[in-house]
Every structure is written in structure tokens, then in C-alpha cells.
Design a protein around this ligand. Structure first.
Ligand SMILES: O=C(O)CCC(=O)C(=O)O
Ligand SMILES: [Fe+2]
Length: 395
């Protein structure tokens, strides 16, 4: 669907104005240097946006995540619902000030929120309220006593043999849609998982996005480069829930995306005779990465990615997706209809690219397959059961 074809984009052809305006800090320092959460009152985790006139969000366009992605909080394990976002609201009856730097990406220690309270509560109290989500819960290097069943052990062995025998290979799934199997080496997967862990624990890190009515997405999310707000479909520089600035996209990630697009071009050239491969799959330079972590019960309903700029969508600039950890059952097709969708398994190390004529495909994740992550990845990272997915886009 193109922006001009009567979709929700047609009336929103201006760049989004997405603001998180804050009161100046008590010490007189202002916006642009520091963010400040003003006196907090209220009970819901959307209170920040709605109940503080000083924190407002405006947008030149809008969109929404499909209902299929929504899950009631009650159906999730406590551990998974107690993200920063949902915990923050428990403490909103107290006066909480949170400030942090919004400069470019810095190591997590430098970017961690500086927390103080106007009621004199201890910082420890508040830090336990704003609880980060750790995708690798034990520090790497800590011996992990795993006792997998014989069945699991055998399956892992088979998978690893299969992987090493197959090596990397590419498949053109349809015009503009390429699956690079086994593309990211274990060492790249380890680096990505560790980097995401570090970023995910710091300011702007993983949280469980939710809605005004209390419904939560069935995954943990963080954004790099720009923030994407699932509730409104807006991209912005700060995320509305706590006005945290998303960390930048690490350079190593850019390089892998660039290489994956080049290799996809070579693959398309091999399979189809075209004078300009970019007509089939345009190049792109990502300025947004949405990182999702799915636990074993994580799901993502069929949807289109169409919150990027009208120009990016119209040019068919691709979405590049990295899968790490447990395998996922991934569905894609021309309609939002599970029965008509094609199915493909995305395994750890796979890179999926969809652009050009496939940029507007409906896609989603119907299942995470337990105990399918490569053993070597788990040993090096202690990645928790589940799947890490990074989707890169150019706004
Ligand atoms: O997890 C995946 O493979 C897909 C993620 C996705 O579609 C999204 O974040 O928009
Ligand atoms: Fe998507």
C-alpha cells in the first residue's frame, strides 16, 4: 500500500513533530541538556503523557499497532510485566525526579538515570522501582549449571551439525524479500546480544510497551536511533513513557546491515536478470532499530511496518531483521490473514530483508520454539530463553 493510495498516510504527509517538553530542572538547567520528569501523580503508566501538560506529544501523522499484538497484563508472568514502564507508575504518588543526559550513545554507566526524590526517598528504593529487563540475567563468565535432557542435547547437536554443514545460504522468498540463512556468525551473535544487554539495562533500554487501557505488548522492546511509540505509531527523539533518549545504533550493527544488503543484491543478481538490482531491493542506511525480546510465549500479530516516512515507504526502503536466540515461526503474506500467509522459520543468525515490492507485506511471529538457540551462544552470553530480534529501518 503506498502513501498515496488512500491509506492513513495520505493525510499525513508532513514530518512528525514529536516532542517531550519538560519543565526546567530545579537548578535552572534546561531542555536539550537534561530531561526532567516533573512531580509525578496518577496511577497509570500513560500518565506521563496525559496528566502532565508539560510533557506533551504531538505528531504530524499517526498509526497504531495491530490489536493482535496486544495482550492483557494478567496473562503474563510477573517477571515479564514488571518492566520499567509498568513499575514506574506504582511510584507516581510520590514525587520523583529523574534526570539523565540525552547526549549521543555513551557507555551505560554514563547514561544511567540520575534518580532523586523530592520526598527524600532513597535512591535504592527508586532504583528497585525502575527495574531494568536483563536479557542475559547472569553475568557472562558465571558458570551455568544446565542439565538438558538427552532429547534436548541431541536436538542441539543435530541443529549445530546442520548449521555447520549448511553454511550460510540465501533464498529470494519473493520480489524484494531475501532470507540470508545462518548469516550472522556465532561471534557476531554474541556481540550483538551482549551489546543489546548493555543498552537494554541503561536509560532508554528495554521496557514492556503498554496501552492506556493497561494492555501490554507480549514482548520487551527498546529503540535505537529514534524512538518508536507503539501506541501512537510515531517516531520521535524521546520516548513518551519516561522521556528517555534512545541510544544510538552501534557502528558494528550498521556494518552488518550494509553487508547484508550488499550480499542480498549479489544473490538477486544471480537469480534474476535485472539491469539495476536496486530497483528490486533499494539500499538503505538505517537510522532506527527496534529491538524486541520475545520470551517463550512472545508473539507478534500480523501487521505492516508503515510508520516510517512516506518517502521511505514509497521508495520501498527495506526493513532488515536479525534473529538471535530461539527460532521463530514467522508468517508473511499480502493480507492480514494467518491462513493465507506463508510460513518460514527464522533461526538464530538468520537475516531477513524485505523492501521494494515486499515492503508492505503483512508479517508476524506466531511462535517461539523453545530450546532451539545455539548452545555456543547461550554459553557465551547466558541469553535467557527466548528470541532477540532487531529490525533496522530508515525513517
Ligand atoms: O520479530 C520479528 O521477526 C519481526 C519483528 C517485527 O516485525 C517488528 O518489530 O516490526
Ligand atoms: Fe514488523
Amino acid at each position: 500500500m503506498s502513501p498515496a493510495s488512500g491509506s492513513r498516510y495520505s493525510k499525513h504527509d508532513v514530518s512528525p513533530v514529536y516532542e517531550c517538553r519538560q519543565k526546567p530542572l530545579a537548578d535552572g538547567s534546561g531542555i536539550g541538556k537534561q530531561n526532567h520528569l516533573p512531580e509525578a501523580t496518577g496511577t497509570s503508566n500513560t500518565v506521563l503523557k496525559d496528566d502532565f501538560p508539560s510533557l506533551s506529544c504531538q505528531s504530524g501523522y499517526s498509526g497504531s499497532w495491530p490489536d493482535a499484538r496486544r495482550t492483557r497484563v494478567e496473562s503474563l508472568p510477573v517477571e515479564e510485566t514488571e518492566s520499567c514502564a509498568s513499575l514506574l507508575h506504582h511510584d507516581l504518588s510520590r514525587k520523583v525526579n529523574i534526570s539523565y543526559s540525552v547526549d549521543e550513545y555513551k557507555p551505560s554507566q554514563e547514561r544511567s538515570p540520575q534518580i532523586s526524590t523530592s520526598t527524600g526517598d532513597s535512591v535504592d528504593d527508586l532504583q528497585s522501582v525502575i527495574k531494568p529487563f536483563d536479557i542475559c540475567p547472569l553475568k557472562s563468565g558465571t558458570p551455568v549449571m544446565l542439565k538438558p535432557s538427552l532429547l534436548v542435547k541431541n536436538r542441539e547437536k543435530r541443529n549445530e551439525i546442520k548449521r555447520s554443514m549448511e553454511g550460510e545460504s540465501g533464498i529470494v522468498l519473493r520480489s524484494g524479500m531475501v532470507l540470508l540463512k545462518n548469516y550472522l556468525s556465532i561471534s557476531d551473535q554474541v556481540k550483538i546480544a551482549k551489546t543489546c544487554r548493555e543498552l537494554g539495562l541503561a536509560s532508554g533500554g528495554f521496557y514492556q510497551p503498554g496501552y492506556r487501557d493497561g494492555a501490554k505488548l507480549n514482548l520487551q522492546m527498546m529503540c535505537l536511533g529514534k524512538n518508536w511509540d507503539p501506541e501512537s505509531g510515531n517516531y520521535g527523539d524521546l520516548r513518551p513513557i519516561d522521556c528517555a533518549a534512545p541510544p544510538g545504533i552501534p557502528r558494528q550493527f550498521y556494518l552488518l546491515v550494509e553487508k547484508a544488503i550488499k550480499d542480498s543484491h549479489a544473490l538477486i543478481q544471480q537469480k534474476v536478470r535485472v539491469s539495476r538490482v536496486e530497483d528490486i531491493l533499494p539500499s538503505m542506511s538505517p537510522n532506527i532499530c527496534i529491538v524486541n525480546f520475545y520470551s517463550a510465549s512472545g508473539r507478534l500479530g500480523l501487521h505492516q511496518d508503515r510508520d516510517e516516512s512516506p518517502e521511505s515507504l514509497q521508495r520501498g526502503l527495506p526493513v532488515v531483521s536479525f534473529s538471535i536466540g530461539d527460532s521463530a515461526e514467522f508468517l508473511y503474506g499480502d493480507q492480514r490473514d494467518v491462513d493465507k500467509a506463508e510460513k518460514v522459520e527464522l533461526e538464530s543468525g538468520d537475516v531477513l530483508i524485505f523492501g521494494g515490492k515486499s515492503r508492505h507485506i503483512f508479517h508476524g511471529v506466531t511462535a517461539i520454539k523453545p530450546n532451539t538457540a545455539p548452545k555456543a551462544l547461550l554459553e557465551e552470553t547466558n541469553l535467557r530463553p527466548g528470541r532477540l530480534n532487531l529490525t533496522f529501518r530508515e525513517y
